[in-house]
Ligand binder design. Structure first.
Ligand SMILES: Cc1cc2nc3c(=O)[nH]c(=O)nc-3n(C[C@H](O)[C@H](O)[C@H](O)COP(=O)(O)O)c2cc1C
Length: 208
């Protein structure tokens, strides 16, 4: 059910101890969606960590323009400001027709520099594949935006996306371990890339 790989990373040995700002992006906007269940589990799973600060960006709460436009709107500005403030991203995504929801791609394409030279991790859910096909497509998209994707993925699959009637993962210990592995790696990359961005502002301002 969960892809868990032991991590040798000890993030506290890195020189920059400031907490990592993590934007948790909720990709599904469907009525009746399971996304809040999965997102709530993830945010609670990492709530005790002192090395991350979460900002949950729920795309269902944004009124993004239907057409791409250079004109700012309140929702668009809010989205871009919050993405810019992030050192790292965690994308919570289901699988729709062997890929990720259009709502997520729509939001991704509205930003550019806000993504650049940062790191992304994935929490996926779906049917038999646990959303992993959505994640593989997202890795290609984020590579184009100069975003490093961490190897570890948290993936829930099966009936009700791997969650029981109580709204909790059917394998709570495995899910918690997977969250630790994912966020350990995310923090390592986020700190390394933050230091690199601060040291070389020309890279930060680079064109495509
Ligand atoms: C339009 C649509 C297409 C879907 N396609 C797939 C699919 O290709 N593979 C899969 O495993 N699950 C698929 N599902 C099941 C979803 O992954 C599952 O219902 C999930 O809960 C959807 O996320 P949401 O509830 O947050 O919208 C699909 C669901 C929808 C609504």
């Amino acid at each position: 059910m969960l892809e868990v790989v032991p991590s040798p990373i000890v993030s506290s040995t890195l020189p920059d101890p400031a907490p990592v700002q993590v934007a948790v992006i909720v990709g599904s906007t469907r009525e009746g969606r399971r996304a809040p269940l999965v997102t709530d589990w993830f945010t609670k799973a990492v709530a005790d960590r002192v090395d991350v600060v979460l900002d949950v960006i729920d795309l269902a709460g944004f009124d993004l323009p239907a057409h791409y436009t250079p004109n700012a709107t309140p929702s668009l500005t809010d989205l871009r400001v919050r993405l810019a403030a992030a050192d790292a991203f965690v994308v919570v995504t289901p699988e729709y027709n062997h890929s990720y929801p259009a709502s997520l791609k729509h939001a991704i394409d509205f930003a550019k520099q806000e993504w650049r030279r940062k790191v992304v991790g994935f929490v996926s859910y779906g049917g038999v594949s646990g959303g992993l096909r959505a994640v593989e497509h997202l890795r290609q998209v984020f590579a184009e935006l100069h975003v490093h994707g961490v190897r570890e993925t948290i993936s829930f699959h099966g009936p009700w996306n791997g969650f029981g009637d109580d709204g909790q993962p059917r394998d709570p210990a495995g899910a918690a371990a997977a969250a630790t592995v994912l966020v350990d790696d995310l923090v390592w990359w986020a700190r390394a890339l933050r230091a690199a961005r601060q040291a070389d502002l020309s890279v930060e301002a680079g064109e495509w």
